[in-house]
Design a protein around this ligand. Structure first.
Ligand code: HEM
Length: 153
């Protein structure tokens, strides 16, 4: 059981750490106003998701549900585990349905910016939306982290 918890916390570090650090480097790249750096930044945001966020997410879901099953936490009642599971599913939907398509769009529009020699409106718009939904997809896991450690209900 201790290995499940170990892998679960490792998943949380990969998942949560990558969200925060990726956002930081994206802001740094945008602030540089260097079009090549902005384009590389946009490409690496997506690459980092495949390398860190997805493995973290898979570790969290698999080990979290395995522990919930073994500890006998009822998933059909309102408690910290079931609420976390639901919130985590919402985060996954935001990420898959909104953030990944926006990241693909940021790669395309940053390439256009590079070709045109100036940041396009389309890149700015995609970037702004990415920040808004990215913040939401960060705050929800932060609340899940609180539920996981404090177990308030
Ligand atoms: C952002 C997502 C998540 C984060 C950051 C996270 C974090 C954590 C952390 C830090 C612990 C250790 C708590 C402790 O030992 O007191 C933990 C335990 C646990 N987590 Fe998660 N978790 C997440 C998602 C999930 C999901 C989706 C499930 C699925 C049901 C889950 C189920 C559990 C269970 C059953 C435990 C063991 C609690 C116990 O010791 O009784 N977690 N989680």
């Amino acid at each position: 059981m201790v290995w499940l918890l170990f892998l679960h916390v490792l998943g949380a570090i990969l998942f949560f750490g990558n969200i925060l650090v990726t956002a930081f480097w994206k802001v740094v790249a945008d602030a540089s106003r260097n079009l090549e750096m902005i384009h590389i930044g946009a490409r690496k945001v997506l690459a980092a998701d495949y390398i860190f966020t997805i493995p973290g997410l898979l570790l969290l879901i698999s080990t979290g549900n395995a522990m919930a099953h073994r500890y006998g936490y009822p998933m059909n009642e309102i408690n910290w585990v079931s609420v976390s599971n639901g919130l985590f599913a919402i985060t996954g939907v935001i990420w898959l349905a909104i953030l990944i398509p926006l990241q693909v769009k940021m790669i395309r529009t940053s390439k256009q910016s590079l070709e045109q020699g100036a940041v396009t409106e389309a890149y700015r718009a995609a970037s702004k939306l990415w920040m808004i939904f990215g913040s939401l997809a960060t705050l929800i896991p932060l609340y899940i982290l609180y539920l996981m450690t404090v177990k308030p209900f």
